[in-house]
Design a protein around this ligand. Structure first.
Ligand SMILES: [Mn+2]
Length: 248
């Protein structure tokens, strides 16, 4: 039996102290140590205005991720819509291998398309417009040159707007679009997709027998990851604090 591969997304770790951050450190020093690879599929961090700020705010996470990498576990990071500005400086310190979105990866013998998932939410026109702008290399280069206080203010406004937008939009608009998924299956040729972003954990099976696994977002009382090994897929909930507290 080979070691499992663990996938997780949408932890939305805040830049202030939080039980969620404690749980993630428990994950990194606990189950992640028995894995061969860990895939972080986006929105690991709630906000990212630059690597210098990120290295300060998330120093504990950077250290724990690095320790996991140094222990021989491959740690891959795909950006989400919150942490897409995470750059090579943080990745290098934390020992993260950055992945493009989407990407086909062989997981325990099954070619699998991995994505954060937001690019498939094509019904949300306003969001897609923002996504195109914010992922534009020129826009990002300009943003990176702004003073830290401006970047933080812009980051805060964007998060606030996203919260207000979410409340105003019908729920279906914020889910993935069925045609976008059909196209993704056709273009990649895989029979399994794993993604996050929508906070609607579910195992979808289409008429052709193809699977779309949606990862769960994290809450302090429910921190879930997906485990893939020779036996298949399994959703695992991190045991509640205390029982796995094997801190170094
Ligand atoms: Mn997201």
């Amino acid at each position: 039996m080979t070691s499992p591969i663990l996938l997780l997304s949408d932890l939305h770790l805040p830049d202030a102290p939080s039980p969620l951050r404690e749980r993630f450190l428990e994950f990194l020093t606990g189950p992640a140590r028995q894995a061969q690879a860990v895939y972080l599929l986006g929105d690991l961090f709630e906000v990212w205005v630059g690597d210098a700020e990120g290295l300060l705010a998330y120093a504990d996470e950077a250290r724990a991720l690095r320790a996991l990498h140094d222990a021989g576990v491959s740690v891959a990071f795909m950006a989400g819509n919150r942490d897409f500005l995470l750059g090579s400086a943080f990745a290098e310190v934390a020992g993260l291998r950055r992945l493009v979105d989407p990407i086909v990866v062989n997981l325990a013998g099954t070619p699998t398309l991995l994505s954060h998932g937001d690019s498939w939410c094509t019904d949300d026109i306003g969001y897609q417009r923002w996504r195109r702008f914010s992922r534009n290399p020129l826009a990002q280069a300009i943003f990176r040159r702004l003073p830290a206080r401006w970047r933080q203010a812009i980051g805060g406004t964007a998060r606030q707007r996203s919260k207000v937008d979410k409340r105003a939009k019908p729920a279906e608009i914020m889910d993935v679009n069925a045609d976008a998924i059909t196209t993704a299956f056709a273009q990649s040729g895989v029979r399994r997709i794993i993604h996050g972003h929508t906070h609607r954990p579910a195992d979808h099976l289409d008429a052709a027998g193809r699977e779309r696994i949606v990862l769960a977002d994290w809450r302090p009382d429910h921190c879930e990851y997906l485990q893939v090994d020779d036996d298949g897929l399994r959703r695992v909930v991190l045991p509640s604090s205390g029982s796995t507290r094997a801190r170094e």
